[in-house]
Design a binder for this molecule. Structure first.
Ligand SMILES: Cc1ncc(COP(=O)(O)O)c(C=O)c1O
Length: 398
């Protein structure tokens, strides 16, 4: 059976990671993989997570199944974190939540629900979008199309083109939107732009599917959820895929949630029953460890505050790196405007250089980024910003 399978080339990000790991040069800079790093180049386990995990291990008496919808306490805490504790949708009975294996599991489960409801649905994703959106959504046999999003000439969003494209979509088309910290561009919509998108979504009867993988790492925990909360207050239906990988540092624990808003509590019960069946067919039950850690942190005011403080420090570090990077690039490459990097949010930006220049940075300066020049800002450190800017100046001048 398997003899006929064709070898497919490895994901370029994996080979980039391997090449960087194998590079013995002490100056090497890893801007490839999308994980948060501190000023020592490490991806730490937040102290609040370590404390909750220690308590969990000391107190847990059983590892019996939790059920296909996951840890109910986690789901309830995530609803409050994502929508805000006072949001009317929480008490409406219309919001249904499933714990999922990471944000990826939530994206896939949401796609499966859409297919179950309407198999001919087309999902519209931004140009560009996170590369894994494509296999996650099209793996559910949904058709994918693109809408214009990033404006490489300004480093912002091509907002008029985006609205124009959404305006042409038929009712019930699904629009995948990034809540904040757009991956890979760092270009987010402003509050007024979100309001205009909401107005259009309502008028054209589109279904938003909002992906939030970086809550707290853009403008802050509340501000990053602005669009979700705004949409949830006004729309009959929407889906949100949420990840705890970055903001809780729980990457390998596969912790996330799918939130589905339904037109009525009754429709919600039906959707939840379908979600449970779909989850049974994919992973049966999600892993509990990360979810129970999150539940413990979010349900205890002191631990929640400690976590929020650590998250804020991560956010501030990324923001100040953005500003410092612009300053260094201005000093070393004055002929080119990189100020867009300071206007963007979250971990990623496109440097906007050619593939040849990306490769020259890799070969000549041990600086690793994907060929499209996406950089993970958190991969920089105070002590290598200048090295990075000088190297960029050299390859730009060559
Ligand atoms: C835009 C986006 N969505 C979703 C995810 C899902 O992450 P995970 O499945 O690790 O929670 C990521 C992770 O990088 C992401 O960047």
């Amino acid at each position: 059976m398997f003899e006929q399978l064709q070898l497919i080339t490895a994901d370029p990000i994996l080979s980039l990671m391997a090449a960087c790991r194998a590079d013995p040069d002490a100056r090497k800079v890893d801007l490839g993989v999308g994980v948060y790093r501190d000023d020592h180049g490490e991806t730490p386990v937040p102290a609040a997570v370590r404390a909750a995990e220690a308590a969990l291990i000391a107190q847990q008496r059983t590892k019996t199944y939790v059920g296909p919808a996951g840890n109910p306490g986690f789901n309830a805490e995530m609803e409050k974190l994502v929508f805000g504790a006072a949001h009317p949708v929480l008490a409406s009975g219309r919001l249904k939540s499933m714990q999922t294996p990471g944000g990826c599991g939530a994206l896939r489960l949401g796609a499966e629900l859409i297919r179950q409801a309407a198999p001919a649905t087309v999902v519209h994703v931004s140009t560009p979008t996170w590369a894994n959106h494509v296999p996650l959504l099209s793996g559910s046999q949904l058709q994918l199309e693109r809408y214009p999003y990033f404006d490489a000439s300004t480093g912002g969003v091509q907002f008029a083109a985006l609205l124009g494209a959404l305006e042409k979509l038929p009712p019930a088309a699904v629009v995948l939107l990034h809540a904040s910290c757009h991956n890979p561009t760092g270009a987010d919509l402003a509050p007024d732009e979100w309001r205009a998108v909401l107005e259009l979504v309502k008028r054209r009867r589109l279904l938003p599917f909002i992906d939030m993988a970086y809550q707290g790492l853009g403008e802050g925990l509340e501000a990053d959820a602005f669009a979700i909360r705004l949409f949830a207050a006004e729309l009959p239906e929407m889906l949100c895929a949420v990840s705890c990988s970055k903001n809780f540092g729980l990457y390998r624990e596969r912790t996330g949630a799918l939130h589905v808003i339904n037109s009525s509590a009754q429709a919600g019960d039906a959707a939840l029953s379908q979600l449970v069946r779909l989850a049974r067919g994919m992973w049966s039950m999600p892993p509990d460890h990360g979810a129970e850690i999150v539940r413990r942190i979010l349900s205890d005011a002191t631990q929640r505050e400690a976590w929020a403080k650590e998250l804020e420090a991560m956010r501030v570090r990324i923001t100040s790196l953005r500003h410092e990077l612009v300053r260094q690039l201005r000093a070393h490459c004055p002929q080119r405007d990189f100020s867009f990097i300071a206007r963007q949010r979250g971990m990623f930006s496109f440097l906007g250089i050619t593939t040849e220049q990306v490769r020259a940075l890799r070969v000549q300066h041990h600086i690793y980024m994907t060929d499209d020049s996406r950089i993970n800002i958190a991969g920089l450190r105070a002590e290598n910003l200048e090295y990075f800017a000088r190297a960029a100046a050299q390859v730009l001048a060559a």
